[in-house]
Design a binder for this molecule. Structure first.
Ligand code: ZN
Ligand code: MN
Length: 254
């Protein structure tokens, strides 16, 4: 089977997939950000790409190279900017990157673009990039854009299975059970299970302070424990997200 990855196709093959097959294009957006001592810095882009590729194989879509730098890590959902390795961009940079991507894919003739976000802090800047990209193209543009956070495709039933003791919420799920389980499923060689810390769940006041307070965040960078993570949970999560994402793409772009 041909690759779903745009970066592995020639321009001629890519053009045929877009023009002849009207293939949707999935654009993963991640971050380069600390994910505790046990997960790699590229986790958010790796996972957004992996779930996008799983869904793309099911619906004949393509996966574009990820935008691998995200908006600044926030203490309550990514640990904050004080960790070595966390490498973030200003909002305007991310907005501009997404805006440029929308314009370029539209120029290729892509009619169906799906932006798959894997970094919590990106959400509204991705939205702004899409909005400005569509505004640049004008009312006659043929492109339609779907935007999503991949974890929203998890059902309550699956969350109950993955978190038998109760779900701490997606914001605290940084480098915790969902991301660690998914990495054990998709990229097991990149996970150091022996280094999973016992921290958390972190407790935050109902406000933010700037400059942010390092001591609010566990030293490991993990916001709730990943101890319950395993590859079987990762597979369960991955299957559900990919299947429901594929169904959504087919429903939106029949
Ligand atoms: Zn993450
Ligand atoms: Mn993140």
């Amino acid at each position: 089977m041909r690759s779903v990855f745009m970066s592995e196709l020639s321009w001629v093959e890519y053009q045929a997939r877009i023009e002849r097959d009207r293939a949707p294009v999935l654009l993963p957006v991640g971050a380069t950000e600390q994910h505790g001592p046990h997960l790699p810095l590229g986790t958010d882009a790796l996972l957004a790409t992996a779930v996008a590729a799983d869904a793309a194989r099911r619906v004949g879509a393509l996966v574009a190279p990820a935008i691998a730098y995200g908006y600044k890590s926030q203490p309550k959902c990514g640990g904050g900017q004080h960790f070595c390795g966390t490498t973030s961009v200003d909002a305007a940079t991310l907005v501009g990157g997404v805006r440029d991507a929308v314009r370029e894919f539209a120029r290729h003739g892509v009619a169906r673009l799906v932006v798959v976000n894997g970094h919590y802090e990106n959400q509204w800047f991705v939205t702004e990039g899409i909005d400005l990209g569509l505004r640049d193209l004008g009312a006659g543009a043929a492109i339609e854009v779907v935007r999503l956070e991949y974890w929203d495709f998890l059902t309550e039933a699956t969350l109950a299975k993955v978190f038998p003791d109760g779900f701490p919420g997606f914001a605290l799920e940084h480098a915790a059970v969902i991301e660690t389980s998914l990495m054990l499923h998709y990229h097991p060689s990149l996970v150091r299970v022996d280094l999973i810390p016992d921290d958390g769940p972190a407790e935050f006041p109902p406000y933010d302070v700037y400059p942010s307070r390092r001591h609010w965040v566990p030293l490991s960078g993990v916001l709730s424990s990943a101890r319950g993570a395993d590859a079987a949970k990762g597979r369960l999560i991955a299957e559900e997200v990919a299947q429901r994402l594929a169904a959504a793409i087919e429903a939106r772009f029949p």
